[in-house]
Design a protein around this ligand. Structure first.
Ligand code: ADP
Ligand code: MG
Length: 244
């Protein structure tokens, strides 16, 4: 067995008395796409945020590319550079252009020179189909375009893995498809991805595995076709019945 790209062992997370993650074990192989589904409040966002240390796990270990990111000696900034994250809210800088949104973090975090950062920005805008919006400001773009910029910004940092937390949930329905299309391309290029989503057709078609979470535990996981198409656990079935 090759080393998994992401490995989560015995992960717990509490906020005060609220024991949100109650023992998560999960491996994501390099190049795999894992979709995480489950009801609101089940801990999906907290799980992703523990992987890139936006939240500090209460217990357990997380490894990315073989490095234990939960090791107290680890350089958190170095870890985050290896992990791209895309949120429901795009969080673009509103006062600078699309290109500058991609250039600034590269310069600040990676210490890239302006010419190189601009070149990388251009390449990644092309990758998400927005080369023509390089000089636009975020407010001039649709939500779907803004989210594609956010994806391009994350890609500009050269991440080994990408985490997506409901990337299409804030979008008008007609804009969802373009964002999912970009994610499909990334998946086909071999990016390792964890995707929290309610888009079951995306999960079925793109995910190698689907994880169903409820109450801070993984209730069921398996190949997408099985978990979404023929769930074994009654709680998974109940959840899918409600959203499909
Ligand atoms: P999901 O993404 O599945 O909807 P979350 O991971 O956002 O679930 O939240 C799970 C639980 O953790 C909720 O009860 C939520 O209120 C709580 N929670 C999440 N983040 C925080 C935080 N930063 N501080 C306190 N409670 C939090
Ligand atoms: Mg969430």
């Amino acid at each position: 067995m090759p080393q998994p790209e992401i490995e989560i062992r015995g992960l717990h997370k509490s906020f005060g008395d609220n024991h949100v993650l109650r023992g998560i074990d999960l491996e994501v192989a390099r190049g795999d796409v894992v979709c995480v589904i489950g009801p609101s409040g089940s801990g999906k966002s907290t799980l992703l945020r523990c992987v890139n240390l936006l939240e500090e796990p209460s217990e357990g270990q997380v490894f990315v590319g073989g490095t234990e990111v939960t090791d107290i000696e680890v350089d958190i900034d170095a870890v985050r550079r290896r992990i791209g994250m895309v949120f429901q809210q795009f969080n673009l800088f509103p006062h600078v252009t699309v290109t500058e949104n991609l250039v600034l973090p590269q310069r600040r975090v990676l210490r890239r020179g302006k010419a190189e950062a601009t070149k990388v920005a251009r390449e990644n805008l092309e990758r998400v189909g927005l080369a023509d919006k390089a000089d636009a400001y975020p407010a001039q773009l649709s939500g779907g375009q803004q989210q594609r910029v956010a994806i391009a910004r994350a890609l500009s940092m050269g991440p080994e893995v990408m985490l997506f937390d409901e990337p299409t949930s804030a979008l008008d329905p007609e804009l969802v498809g373009d964002v999912l299309a970009v994610m499909r391309v990334l998946a086909s290029e071999g990016m390792t991805m964890m995707v929290v989503t309610h888009e079951m057709s995306f999960a079925r078609e793109v995910a190698d595995r689907v994880v169903f979470m409820d109450g801070g535990v993984i209730v069921e996981e398996g190949p997408a076709a099985q978990v979404v198409g023929d769930p074994r656990h009654p709680r998974t079935r109940h959840f899918l019945d409600r959203i499909l």
